[in-house]
Write a new protein. Structure first.
Length: 142
């Protein structure tokens, strides 16, 4: 860390090791967007389109952060977050989950109640996405 008061930027992290971010989103256009942004954010994105695929990915890889879509057809984001938190109770650890939604039904309070750590509202800027990832990657290291 360059300054004890400031978290490493994703660019500084990129020079060390790219964080692995699990993106659970059923919308192909958002998956494509996250894939395109991953290089400029300095992350490696692993994109799945359902909760079941996300849970399978968690069995195979060690993720640094999860970006979770709020509304998905089979298992929505809040229910999927609850499933992940239940698994973590037996396996240990805690992966930061950031709820992502443009739905008027979703809000920060509901995300936190569902076991998520934070909330990012669509539309968001690249800077907002960068900042929230930096925030949770830094907290995970502490």
């Amino acid at each position: 860390m360059t300054n004890s008061d400031q978290p490493l930027t994703l660019q500084e992290r990129k020079e060390e090791c790219k964080p692995l971010v699990l993106i659970i989103d059923d919308q192909p256009e958002y998956a494509k967007l996250f894939d395109l942004l991953s290089e400029s954010l300095g992350i490696t994105a692993h994109i799945v389109n359902s909760c079941d695929e996300g849970i399978k990915a968690l069995e195979l890889f060690s993720f640094d952060v999860i970006l979770m879509d709020w509304m998905m057809p089979d298992t929505d984001g809040p229910e999927c977050s609850c499933k992940i938190r239940t698994i973590e109770k037996t396996t240990g650890g805690h992966i930061p989950i950031i709820g992502v939604s443009g739905s008027v039904r979703a809000n920060r309070k509901e995300c936190l109640e569902a076991g998520m750590d934070d909330y990012l509202e669509i539309p968001f800027t690249l800077e907002e996405l960068h900042n929230i990832l930096c925030k949770w990657l830094q907290k995970k290291e502490e």
